[in-house]
Write a protein that binds this ligand. Structure first.
Ligand SMILES: NC(=O)c1ccc[n+]([C@@H]2O[C@H](COP(=O)([O-])OP(=O)(O)OC[C@H]3O[C@@H](n4cnc5c(N)ncnc54)[C@H](OP(=O)(O)O)[C@@H]3O)[C@@H](O)[C@H]2O)c1
Length: 332
């Protein structure tokens, strides 16, 4: 397969720390250009990472005819505008999560969805630990899965961090609440019917710093989750069936160079004595994501997740924010 030629929008931390190194490892991808609002900053990072071209504006990258696909890790309020601009310039786009600020904003992407590939960058869906757990759920190993319980938190009160800027899409639900939602939809293979949320806002930043949500998937199935931007770092997913429980130890930030563990318990003992653990070999879930998207661009595989999937995830976020205002259940 001829490598897909990629360009990266901005010097975002997630880019230089995780995704660009993952792209450089991919046999299906060449990173040829990087754009920053500041040419000097962009040139420096491009040189460090061995990227041939640097641009001092996003538009110059979108105008480059050599670039076939764009990775968009801009702050959340720029996801739809720049993804649309890139798509209108004929580029495929892997856009960071959340794809938009609202479902109706995400719907704007429908205009270009039949011309180029657009995928929301939920890398966890490519990690073998999630794929294997989903297989086991589908095979009925846990009995009927009725409850998923997810916790995801970190502590960040830096006023200069985009996560603490309400006007550009900061807050816990956009940053990490999207993960419990997308993984519950992934495991249940279904969409929630309604949602309710309890939200605590930071008095200074006005961002949602702690969100607990309950999603009703019907037929007695639910996700309950808490996410926080100001709590001790912790992440865990519990999937409880009628016969067994699975616990994913590092569900969202699985170490790139290290293995992860998935625990299974049939509940015969309550002190952990009936738990067995499976070690999942080290992998780079970002490379797996880039590989899949690049192969889809070449038509070698179908696009794994597209605009409609991203809109569905945003609908749930919309419902949770609406529930914050009314204190009541909101239809998704
Ligand atoms: N999938 C994952 O594992 C994962 C992990 C972390 C973050 N993310 C997502 O990736 C995105 C970026 O997160 P990050 O923490 O990497 O962000 P970040 O380090 O703050 O970088 C964002 C970049 O956007 C550019 N930018 C354009 N307009 C800006 C504005 N008004 N304010 C600040 N920066 C602006 C800047 O680049 P230039 O100055 O070079 O133009 C900046 O470096 C977010 O959407 C986040 O949800 C995903």
């Amino acid at each position: 397969m001829k490598k897909v030629v990629w360009g990266v929008l901005s010097t975002a931390k997630i880019g230089w720390e995780k995704v660009i190194p993952a792209m450089l490892k991919s046999e299906y991808c060449e990173v040829r250009a990087l754009a920053s609002r500041n040419l000097e900053k962009g040139r420096k990072l491009a040189d460090q990472l061995g990227i041939a071209k640097a641009y001092g504006s996003y538009q110059e990258l979108l105008d480059d005819p050599e670039i076939e696909a764009i990775y968009n890790p801009l702050p959340n309020h720029e996801h739809v505008p720049l993804t649309l601009a890139a798509a209108r310039a004929g580029k495929h786009v892997l856009c960071e999560k959340p794809v938009a600020l609202t479902a109706s904003e995400a719907e704007q992407l429908r205009e270009v969805a039949d011309k180029v590939h657009i995928m929301e960058a939920f890398m966890v869906r490519f990690h073998p630990q999630w794929l294997s757990v989903r297989e086991r759920v589908r095979a009925g190993e846990l009995g009927e899965v009725r409850s998923i319980h997810t916790y995801f938190s970190y502590f960040n009160n830096d006023a200069g961090n985009i996560r603490n800027m309400a006007d550009i899409g900061g807050g816990a639900l956009y940053d990490i609440g999207c993960y419990p939602i997308v993984t519950a939809r992934f495991l249940f293979d279904a969409e929630p019917l309604r949602a309710i949320a309890l939200v605590d806002r930071d008095p200074q930043f006005q961002t949602d710093r702690m969100v607990s949500g309950l999603l009703d998937f019907g037929q007695g199935r639910r996700l309950d989750f808490t996410v926080s931007t100001q709590s001790v770092p912790y992440q865990r997913v519990q999937i409880c069936g009628t016969k067994k429980r699975i616990e994913i130890e590092i569900p969202f930030n699985a170490p790139l160079g290290g293995s992860t563990k998935v625990h299974t318990d049939d509940g015969k003992r309550l002190d952990g004595g009936s738990t067995s653990s499976e070690v999942i070999a080290a992998c780079d879930m970002y490379t797996l994501e880039i590989d899949a998207f690049s192969q889809a661009v070449r038509g070698a595989i179908p696009l794994p997740y597209g605009v409609e999937d991203a809109i569905l995830n945003m609908r749930v976020i919309d419902a949770l924010f609406a529930s914050e205002k009314t204190g009541a259940w909101v239809a998704v």
